[in-house]
Design a protein around this ligand. Structure first.
Ligand SMILES: Cc1cc2nc3c(=O)[nH]c(=O)nc-3n(C[C@H](O)[C@H](O)[C@H](O)COP(=O)(O)O)c2cc1C
Length: 187
């Protein structure tokens, strides 16, 4: 690739818990990643992204809550204990989990705040990748039930959990159809 930024964009991948190692992610690295998120573009500078960072026992509490919510909201005919345990494990087998929250200010259409927060997440993901930390944005339906646990305000909404870990995944090319299929030139 022509430069480090293009290289990071091309080789950033979803890395999940199967590839995470036990190596601790330092607070300094977490802040590096979050400062990259904080540099995202934002209309009227509303900076609508908010993050709740779970580490150590925080991950145990998050895992227990994910399991509890799954059990509460899943109809009994669809419920499985294995899925409940697995939900909790996503948190407890990560080194860090970050709840991604949009703070709707009312100053902009909601979609713009959502778009800006998504830009922040991409920055976060690229920054993590650039320091050899893997992760992914997870959006199970139960994130819509996390408001109380996260202490969210009326105008705030959780749009996912970002799981992070040092990892041993091999680099891989993006699986994408060609850009030519998605563009039209007008010249
Ligand atoms: C908004 C959004 C939500 C996502 N939700 C999930 C999810 O719930 N579970 C998951 O495993 N991956 C999730 N992903 C990651 C995608 O599955 C992943 O980015 C996609 O498969 C492309 O792979 P790559 O990230 O390695 O390029 C999500 C990605 C985005 C952008």
């Amino acid at each position: 690739m022509a430069n480090d930024i293009l290289n990071a964009i091309h080789y950033r991948r979803t890395v999940n818990q199967n590839s995470f190692t036990d190596q601790d992610i330092t607070k300094e690295d977490i802040l590096t990643i979050l400062n990259a998120a904080n540099a995202a573009p934002t209309h009227k500078r509303t900076q609508p992204w908010r993050f709740v960072i779970f580490r150590n026992e925080g991950l145990e509490r998050l895992g227990a809550e994910l399991g509890r919510i799954y059990k509460n909201i899943t109809p009994s005919e669809k419920y499985s204990e294995a899925t409940e345990i697995n939900m909790a494990k996503k948190a407890t087998t990560s080194n860090v989990a970050i709840a991604i929250v949009v703070n709707y200010t009312g100053d902009l259409p909601e979609w713009e705040e959502l778009a800006a927060t998504s830009c922040a997440v991409q920055n976060l993901w690229l920054a993590a990748h650039s320091i050899n930390i893997g992760g992914y944005w997870a959006t199970p339906g139960l994130i819509h039930h996390l408001g109380g646990f996260l202490n969210l305000e009326e105008n705030q909404k959780c749009i996912g959990l970002f799981y992070l870990g040092h990892h041993n995944a091999e680099p891989r090319e993006p699986a994408r159809s060609p850009i030519e299929d998605k563009i039209r030139w007008e010249e």
